[in-house]
Each structure stands twice: as C-alpha cells, then as structure tokens.
Design a protein around this ligand. Sequence first.
Ligand code: KET
Length: 437
Amino acid sequence: MKPKPPRINIIMWRFMGSRLISSTRCMSTSTKALSRFGWWDRVSPAAKDPIIGVTEAFLADTNPHKINLGVGAYRDDEGKPVVLQCVRNAEAKIAGCDFMESNATAVGSKLVEESVKLAYGKDANVVKEGTFAGLQALSGTGACRLFAEFQRRFHPESPIYFPDPTWSNHPNIWRDAQVPVRTFQYYHPVSKGLNFAALMDDIKNAPDASFFLLHPCAHNPTGVDPTAEQWREISYQFKVKSHFPFFDVAYQGFASGDLDMDAQAIRIFLEDGHLIGCAQSFAKNMGLYGHRVGCLSVLCADAKQAVAVKSQLQQIARAMYSNPPIHGLLLVSTILSDPETKALWVKEVKVMANRIQQMRSTLRESLEKLASPLNWEHITNQVGMFCFSGLTADQVDRLVREFHIYLTQDGRMSMAGVTTSNVSYLANAIHEVTRYN
Ligand code: KET
C-alpha cells in the first residue's frame, strides 16, 4: 500500500558541529518525534569536581567509621555542621523582617561596608574615603567569578597567575571567563613548606603588570603561608613590577584565630599603596556555606573611579544573576554591624580555629606514638583548615578503599573533619598506608 503523502514538508537545515544535516519532517509527525532531534548527542559527562566528588562518594558510603576530610567546611567535634550562636542571634534579630520588600541594595551596601573593614581594617583610609568599589557576591566563588569577568573586560590580554597548587576551582573560574591562566611556584614538596625563592623568581619573571591571585592566609590546599617579612618582600616586588594583587580571602580567622592577624598580608599591601582586589567569603568563618554570602572589593585611584568600577561590576552581576538572595546577606550584615553579635562571632571564630589546631596536634602526636617512620611536623607547621599531608594518590586510594576515609587525591585533608573520636582511627589508617613506603 502506498504511504499517505505528508501534508506539508518542512526542510530543516541544521548546522551541528561541522556537519550540515538536512532533515525532512512532516507536520503530521508528532511533537514527541520532533523533540527526539539530537540536540545534546555530542554532550559527554563532565569530569567530576575533585572536591564535590569526594563528598558524593562519602555520602554514598554506609560504613559507620567513614570520615570526610574532603570539603573545607567547618565541623564540630562530633563531625556535625555548626550553626554559630552569633548566627542564631542574628536570625532572632532579623525575624519578622519582610524579605520580599527588604531593600536588597541597602542591605548589600551595609554588607560591603562591614566586609571591607574586615579586610582592610576599620580605620583604613580607603574605607573612610570610599575609594573602593564593593559589591555583595555569591560567596567567595561568586566574588572570584565577578572579578574574573571584570578583569577580562578591561584587561582582555592579561593572564592571571595562581600559586601552584591552588584551590582546584580557581582555574575553572578564570578559564570560564576566558582569562588565560598561568601559575607561579609556591609549595616545596620536600620541606612541605613555602618555596619562597622560586616564588620571588616567578614574580620577577612574569610580564610587568600581571594579575596575581594570592591567598592571604590559610592557603588552600597547602596550609602554608608566607611570614609577614616575606609578604613585605612580595609586596615590594609587586610594586617594582606593577603587578595587581587579587586576594582570595576564604578562611579569615582560621589561620591564627584572629581576624586582623589573618588580614596582615592585605594590610601590608595596603600600606605599600597597592590597588588591591579582594574576594571575601563568609561560608567557613560564619558557617554559612549554604547561604552563599560574599563580597568583592576593588580599590581604586579615587572616589570617581570607584563609582565607575562599581557600576561595571553591577552590570556584570545583573546579567549573570541580578541580585544575590537576601537572607544570608541580612545575617552577615547583622553580625558584622551589631557590636555584641560581632564580639560573639570573633570569639566563635577563635573556638573553631583552636579546635582545628588541637586536632592537628593530636593527629601528629598519635602518628608519632605509633612510631611512624615519617616526619609529621608539617601537620602542626601548616595552618588553617587544611593539611597537605604528602600522601600519594595510591595511599589516598587505600585510605578510601580500606578505611572509608575520604580526601582529595592530592592528599589534602580538611582538618575540620577530624574529631576527638575519629583521630586515632585516622592516625592508625595513615600509619598503615605509609609505614612500608
Ligand atoms: N576560595 C578558596 C581559596 C576556597 O578554598 C574556597 C572554597 C572558595 C574560594 C569558595 O568558597 P565559597 O565561599 O564557598 O564560594 N573551598 C572549599 C569548598 C569548595 O570547594 O566549595 C574547599 O576547597 O573545600
């Protein structure tokens, strides 16, 4: 039997990749059939994020002894996420606030005003004179992304230099903004400390006026920070070379337990008269990971320039996500602007930092008691949330497979995942996978 002729033939030409595809469709063909066109046939699964992937594997494990040393988010001594008392107090203060009608711009301005004081110091001239452009951002990641986009718009040819190693998401963020990515030497695997000489060489050898990303404290993933004296030398060399310092401040308070002390690198650069960029996150030091509260600030030559820069940042944010959610913004701006709540926060930051410090000491002592043939001094020499253990990828695999201890392949351990009750299990496991190496 002859097939019924189609009522209307539509020739659809589609260009897919390098191939030109012609397809004939009939109006009587069902919409379902039409939707089967292979729009996403060429999409293959993306590589798993090295940090998020660890959390996923941890959650899927049903072993009762499992430990998550993956993501850098604070946990208490029971391994639980913490809602800080200052956050609870701020929640109580903002209860009844009409979120629908709250003026996001005003709340954002308050957040920025308080955040820049934390970074640059409450009496800093840039703060008093308003010679900075600041914008609330979607946590630290969002602040970095905004800056990366801004950098590409106004310095499209300039690459950004990251310390080697750095947070695994930094290259993704700048690459997605079409900024060329480079590295400078930072970590010395043998000493498990800073390779200062090589770092200085790379700063000197980079083309003049390059962008550099710096971790001002609690470097992720190594836990290795320059000393104040070394920061001074770095700052001096940045001046000589006219480099732009962009500070990613994700762990303020976690290195020393003191918020001002942890901002000393920024203050040194400020004193030296640099224009600075700064991404701040409140995910860790306020335990607000899920709220995505952060701030981007860029120091400018004068107030007029600051207005122009801010308007550009606002335009970028507007096209990407318009405004950030307001609840977290209100929490952070309340904590930072209410003296009593802020004082409580300062204390709680110290408690978190001390607990991590305590776990570093206990882990090192436990390994030494087991007569580990290796030197574990770096566990206590390194600072902040992470210990760059020196474990190899094979040793990490064994920790996962045999002991249900989850960490990133580079051997980074989030010390926030270590508790009084799991530290000796952890030490034993590390000893087991390292003793015959
Ligand atoms: N900068 C650094 C250096 C950093 O370690 C993180 C997060 C961020 C920015 C982003 O933070 P946020 O405010 O959540 O957007 N690092 C941890 C968490 C993560 O990867 O998402 C981590 O390294 O585990």
